[in-house]
Design a protein around this ligand. Structure first.
Ligand SMILES: C[S@@+](CC[C@H](N)C(=O)[O-])C[C@H]1O[C@@H](n2cnc3c(N)ncnc32)[C@H](O)[C@@H]1O
Length: 278
């Protein structure tokens, strides 16, 4: 496991689970081992939680494109009023992630096209789609990702089948059912759908299965019309372990995190029980 996932991941505020993060890490590494070279990209970066996996996976000649409006909105208000853009840049500095100007696109994804992505970073081998969650945004972003994709690349769509965001699933399913769509799902977690070109489905599926089976996770076949793909859910032991790790990373002040001898005071607050009147 890479050092970002071991430690810093838990201190970058965001929405991607550690289970998906480990799948990202595994698939990115597997692509490199298989000689699949190209850039990485994400629509919907927030503070960079999942994007830093993509940026850190860059090998020589590869780039990572971050696409976001980088502003707070109705769903997210920065408690300190700094905003997503400032938070993202702070995290880049803290983690030592250097990005060239062409690797940051601050604007709506709908103002980008596949040719512009290619001009900035070339073909994309791993594309995470986690931006706008309304039907039109998702429909646009999936086509954009597919258009900029390396022939052997992966697109990962967030919040597939999340009941809180029904339009995400509708847009993805409508797009998948279009005739001549070369992409198909090979894997899903409880929140993300992983897609690749139909010709690579067995390749990615076999590797994902090998990775998942080693970790005591739930892995099942599921059907989407004529397409079957792997559904996976993180094992209970991992879930508890990472939940505890995340809570510690988010709650302990930095001073205490850096000094293991200073244990936090976890004793319950003193409670005074009022006496019943006689
Ligand atoms: C769910 S968050 C992304 C979470 C992030 N991937 C993580 O791992 O924590 C969604 C992000 O999408 C961005 N966004 C929403 N609509 C967008 C659009 N149309 N174009 C670009 N970015 C958009 C928001 O600014 C927000 O930062």
């Amino acid at each position: 496991m890479n050092s970002y996932l071991r430690r810093d991941f838990f201190q970058v505020e965001g929405y991607t689970s550690v289970f998906d993060a480990r799948l990202f890490d595994f698939l990115l590494e597997m692509q490199s081992l298989a000689g699949i070279t190209g850039s990485t990209a994400e629509i919907g970066v927030h503070h960079g939680r999942s994007f830093f996996l993509l940026a850190r996976a860059r090998r020589a000649g590869e780039q990572a494109l971050a696409v976001d409006v980088f502003e707070d909105d109705a769903i997210y208000k920065d408690p300190l009023g700094l905003g997503r853009g400032v938070r993202f840049k702070q995290n880049c500095r803290r983690l030592g992630v250097t990005l060239a100007d062409n690797e940051i696109y601050a604007g709506l994804s709908t103002t980008l096209d596949a040719a512009e992505i290619e001009r900035r970073v070339g073909k994309v081998r791993f594309f995470s789609v986690d931006g706008g969650h309304r039907y039109d945004d998702v429909a646009y972003d999936m086509r954009l990702a597919a258009g900029a994709l390396h022939p052997r690349g992966i697109v990962v769509a967030d919040d597939f089948m999340n009941p809180q965001w029904p339009e995400v699933s509708l847009a993805i399913i409508d797009w998948l059912r279009e005739k001549d769509n070369p992409l198909c799902p090979f894997l899903s977690s409880t929140s993300k759908l992983y897609l690749c070109d139909r010709r690579d489905k067995l390749f990615y599926r076999a590797h994902a299965k090998q990775f998942l089976t080693g970790g005591r996770h739930l892995v099942r076949d599921t059907d989407l019309f004529d397409d079957s793909y792997l559904f996976s859910r993180q094992g209970m032991r991992d879930r508890l372990r990472y939940f505890a790790k995340e809570q510690i990373a988010l709650r302990l002040p930095r001073r205490q995190r850096g000094n293991p001898t200073t244990a936090p005071d976890l004793s319950p607050p003193a409670v005074t029980v009022p006496r019943r009147a006689a």
